[in-house]
Unconditional design. Structure first.
Length: 467
């Protein structure tokens, strides 16, 4: 058995889960009860009557967190029992009066609430998920709606939802615009309609998919702020349209959210900033590549011979240098990295890095991600990475050895390495997947510069020790 014992609690010893996945986080216990009541007020009255007449029924599920006994399953029943026990919790005068009448006419047990108990959060979460959203083998009791199931799966990473990025987008929108939470919590909100809008928006480039971290299943901390803001603002706009019933699941009228309607609706939105930049490049015929030290045309000829270009700064005459960093059409060139690579005397790494800061990120994102992937693969191989290891995991294990002990900094390193690995591998191996813009690489290489310098220094020292 998962839960070996059943304990009894007084009603005052139990706390409702203020983060209940049927709604957004409540501020306190009374607001939690009000949200549960508002979800279905007639059901709540019936539940009060049933508890007064027949008790709670089967045991609830409690997660013990320190001294707190948090109800993980059974929140609606405990809400009704709390209202019966104390009128101060009643969401309105009508329910207050009804609770008083039931108390007078029935003997209600408030001191022996039976509960399965565990301090294992993962075990409790898995049990709740099986009861309310999996629906397999008869384990699902009172099904959550699609939004509640998706939100629970997103927060706990339990289940097999492959569209976590939709929940990530919705959470970001609610974080930036708290006013939309009222609609999302209401019965008028349809997670399915929002899902259809979000999927189509990603597909059409209206919202950038470069803001997400596959490894963390969250929006990247290193994502461009303008892309995140653009995504959240558009998500808010989607929700406003849904609240006005411009898009619904009702087949009556013109607002049914089928593929054709959704795509037509999205026509009024501009592309995300990174996809718009790519479109601008396409429309002007890659004019920004002329005389800039990047690929001059599609013949493969460059403005300079890359065989000795890493040691020739004249190739960057159209770039601007500030604080040891040169900005141009590729990633921002680090003079420190260039100098370190010259000392290392690795022509391959020097040429790869030269290409990364001279070739246009906007015009050649596919080429740039393969180049970035190759750069870190070579660095890792020189540090004796085995063929079975991927460079993000290998370099994570090297960070402390290289002198990086700050967990936040190391996490940021990891996120950027994952980003480069993800898009580099997708470009190399997928039949269809390809990055639409390489601009995220600017931020990734800036984040990773201290790690790159430390790796090159380590390689230089290894070479010295061999002499």
């Amino acid at each position: 058995m998962r839960f070996e014992e059943i304990k009894e609690f007084d009603i005052d010893e139990l706390s409702l889960d203020e983060g209940n996945y049927r709604f957004q986080k409540a501020k306190n216990q009374k607001e939690c009860i009000k949200k549960i009541y508002n979800a279905n007020n007639s059901y709540f009255r019936g539940l009060m009557k049933s508890i007064a007449e027949d008790d709670l029924g089967e045991p609830i599920l409690v997660y013990q967190k320190g001294k707190d006994n948090i109800v993980s399953d059974g929140n609606r029943r405990i809400s009704a029992l709390k209202v019966l026990h104390s009128e101060s919790y009643a969401p309105n005068d009508s329910i207050k009066q009804y609770a008083s009448e039931l108390r007078k006419s029935h003997s209600i047990n408030f001191s022996s609430v039976q509960a399965q108990v565990s301090n294992d959060k993962k075990l409790v979460s898995r049990t709740v998920y099986e009861r309310h959203s999996s629906g397999k083998n008869g384990t699902s009791r009172i099904p959550w709606n699609a939004y509640a199931a998706a939100r629970f799966g997103f927060d706990t990473k339990i289940g097999d939802d492959k569209e976590w990025y939709i929940m990530a987008l919705l959470s970001e929108a609610e974080s930036k615009y708290p006013s939309i939470t009222t609609f999302v919590d209401s019965s008028n909100f349809s997670y399915e309609v929002f899902r259809r809008l979000a999927r189509a928006a990603f597909k059409k480039g209206v919202i950038s998919d470069n803001i997400f971290s596959e490894r963390g299943e969250r929006i990247k901390k290193t994502a461009r702020k303008d892309l995140v803001k653009d995504a959240a603002t558009k998500a808010k706009s989607f929700l406003n349209s849904m609240s006005k019933k411009e898009l619904t699941l009702s087949r009556k009228g013109e607002g049914y959210a089928d593929q054709e309607t959704v795509e037509k609706y999205l026509e009024k939105y501009l592309l995300s900033p990174d996809n718009q930049e790519l479109e601008d490049v396409k429309n002007d015929g890659f004019a920004d590549s002329e005389n800039s030290g990047e690929l001059a045309n599609d013949t493969g000829n460059t403005n300079k011979n890359t065989e000795d270009s890493s040691n020739d700064d004249t190739s960057d005459q159209n770039n601007q240098t500030t604080g040891g960093r040169t900005t141009g059409n590729g990633i921002n060139k680090s003079e420190t990295i260039v100098a370190k690579l010259e000392t290392l005397k690795s022509k391959k790494l020097s040429n790869l890095y030269y290409s990364l800061y001279t070739i246009s990120l906007k015009a050649h994102p596919t080429l740039m991600y393969v180049g970035a992937w190759s750069f870190f693969e070579v660095l890792s191989n020189l540090l004796n990475k085995s063929n079975n290891d991927a460079f993000p995991g290998f370099l994570r294990n090297k960070m402390q050895t290289l002198g990086f002990t700050n967990k936040t900094e190391n996490k940021d390193f990891g996120l950027s390495l994952d980003d480069i690995s993800k898009y580099g591998n997708a470009t190399k191996h997928s039949k269809r997947s390809t990055p639409m813009t390489g601009l995220q690489l600017i931020n990734d290489f800036e984040v990773l510069e201290p790690l790159i310098v430390a790796i090159i220094d380590e390689l230089i020292n290894q070479n010295k020790s061999k002499k």
